[in-house]
Design a protein around this ligand. Structure first.
Ligand SMILES: Cc1cc2nc3c(=O)[nH]c(=O)nc-3n(C[C@H](O)[C@H](O)[C@H](O)COP(=O)(O)OP(=O)(O)OC[C@H]3O[C@@H](n4cnc5c(N)ncnc54)[C@H](O)[C@@H]3O)c2cc1C
Length: 101
């Protein structure tokens, strides 16, 4: 924890005395894992959702099951919201560039 405090204060992210506690939260499935055969399973899930929920849009890291960073996720969400609000005529799937299969 001391290292985090030192680093955060050094870069001016937080005032020196403002951090009092820290914890570790281990989140299952935090990363999309590209094990052998995953692509076909993801394709089937997406096909099912596309077929049954026409107004459901999958974006973000988990939604796209692609190893996106925050900037790509935000760009993708903005692209979709611009499309849904009529500001863009077409939704361009930003996550497609992250495709690994
Ligand atoms: C350990 C780690 C380090 C990372 N480091 C960086 C980094 O340095 N730089 C960087 O750019 N990116 C980093 N990333 C990636 C970045 O965190 C993700 O790309 C980004 O947070 C994905 O945003 P998201 O909105 O798609 O998903 P998330 O941020 O995961 O948001 C999904 C939300 O949906 C909620 N949710 C899930 N299921 C349900 C449900 N059934 N009902 C309601 N809510 C639900 C979750 O609680 C969560 O709040 C890191 C990721 C991890 C795991």
């Amino acid at each position: 924890m001391q290292r985090a405090i030192t680093d955060f204060t050094r870069i001016g992210f937080v005032p020196p005395d403002s951090l009092h506690d820290a914890w570790v939260l281990r989140v299952p499935y935090a990363y999309p894992v590209y094990y052998i055969g995953y692509a076909e399973k993801v394709r089937r899930v997406k096909e099912f959702l596309d077929t049954n929920f026409a107004n459901l849009h999958l974006v973000g890291r988990t939604g796209s099951f692609r190893y996106m960073n925050s900037d790509g996720v935000i760009e993708d969400a903005l692209a979709l919201s611009n499309y849904l609000t009529g500001q863009m005529n077409e939704y361009i799937d930003v996550s497609r560039d992250y495709k690994v299969d």
